[in-house]
Design a protein around this ligand. Structure first.
Ligand SMILES: Nc1ncnc2c1ncn2[C@@H]1O[C@H](COP(=O)(O)OP(=O)(O)O)[C@@H](O)[C@H]1O
Ligand SMILES: [Mg+2]
Length: 357
């Protein structure tokens, strides 16, 4: 394989704080070891898998290079893994790079012109590519051609360069941010969904087998239930539970061991971590459940606005614990219940918010 290492991407950094990542980079190594190698091993995502299977089989039958593929979905759902599977299924080498790594069109030209025929180019975080690079990519995707600009100023000339046919696999956490001309140039778009608990249980069992960890069905269910629908988080929690089981128990994971371990790491029964609970707690206890502005809420928990908005809120919103309204952030009744608090207007026992309703 051909690696263009760009280090862990931003999306991965974002959810890293869920469970402190191992300082020595064990995380990245283990993650790579746990990646399914082919479509059959890839758990869940039935739709995307079925569609992709057809795209790849048809291309193979034609003896052609597969169409460009766009994968969209939240961090940790398997986009990088799928890109590698696409290459493996096509028997093609893969080159890995990312939008932020390509700042100049020249960077992209260098990569494109060194591709082999049929190679898969994985472009992670494709929505963060620079505009000039993006425009070069349009032509490369459509005509397998780039114009290389030689020289500067009035003397600059564009030299057309033919490219071998290749398959671009783009990944993005925000398909909505892609300009339509770029989106339209992908022959196939796969939307990755959050995983059902039973699917995450299969991920946990599979990873436990690979890590040579003994786990029973209830232990796997406990971990799956706290993994926010995300395989990367399931794998990470499994490793932390394994540590706990080795030190505090006999190495085997069952439900009590999993629950106790995740308690130590402050991941609660619903998968909320410390930051999530801090945000929710502030919203309920200081602001009577809102509405309160994002900046005020961020100051109250001592975090950056962006951290609250991009790291904590998406999950809280998805869980139906918090709503974003034009007037500010508002807690739902489920939020009060989850933190075991009584909304002020009902019981009067809950703390009256400073800016309360
Ligand atoms: N469908 C799946 N089945 C099994 N493991 C998965 C699946 N999707 C993701 N994983 C695991 O989760 C981790 C993160 O996946 P990755 O492809 O890096 O996500 P993304 O690129 O979308 O952020 C990988 O270690 C991989 O082993
Ligand atoms: Mg990735």
């Amino acid at each position: 394989m051909n690696w263009d290492e760009t280090g862990p991407d931003t999306d991965e950094r974002l959810d890293e704080r869920l469970v402190q990542a191992d300082a020595d980079g064990e995380d990245t190594a283990v993650e790579a070891a746990l990646r399914p190698k082919d479509l059959d091993e890839f758990v869940g995502q039935e739709k995307v898998r079925e569609q992709l299977d057809l795209v790849l089989k048809a291309a193979r039958a034609r003896g052609a290079t597969a169409d460009h593929v766009l994968l969209s979905g939240a961090p940790g759902l398997g986009k990088t893994t799928l890109s590698m599977i696409i290459a493996a299924e096509m028997g093609a080498p893969i080159r890995i790079t990312s939008g932020p790594a390509i700042q100049h069109a020249g960077d992209l030209a260098a990569i494109l012109s060194s591709l082999q025929e049929g190679e898969v180019l994985f472009l992670d975080e494709i929505h963060r590519m620079s505009r000039p690079a993006e425009e070069m990519l349009y032509m490369a995707m459509e005509d397998f051609r780039v114009d290389v600009i030689v020289g500067k100023g009035p003397g600059a000339t564009a030299i057309p360069l033919e490219l071998p046919p290749f398959t671009l696999v783009g990944a993005t956490t925000r398909a909505g941010l892609l300009p339509p001309p770029l989106r339209d140039r992908f022959g196939f778009t796969g939307h990755m969904e959050f995983y059902a608990p039973t699917e995450l249980e299969r991920v946990v069992h599979r990873s436990a087998r690979l890590l040579d960890v003994e786990i029973d069905a209830d232990g796997a269910a406990e971990i799956a239930g706290r993994s926010r629908g995300t395989p990367r988080i399931a794998n990470r929690l499994l490793r932390r539970v394994r540590d706990y089981a080795q030190v505090k128990a006999d190495g085997r994971i069952d439900r009590p061991v999993a629950a106790a371990a995740l308690g130590v790491y402050e991941v609660d029964a619903r998968g909320l971590d410390r930051l999530d609970r801090a945000v929710l707690g502030a919203l309920l206890k200081l602001f009577g459940g809102g509405p309160v502005g994002l900046s005020t809420l961020a100051v109250a928990v001592g975090e950056e606005r962006e951290t609250v908005e991009e790291v904590a809120e998406p999950f809280l919103v998805r869980e139906g614990l918090l709503a974003r309204t034009p007037r500010g952030r508002v807690a739902t009744p489920a939020a009060w219940a989850h933190l075991g608090l009584v909304p002020p207007q009902q019981g009067g026992k809950g703390q009256q918010g400073l800016f309360g309703a």
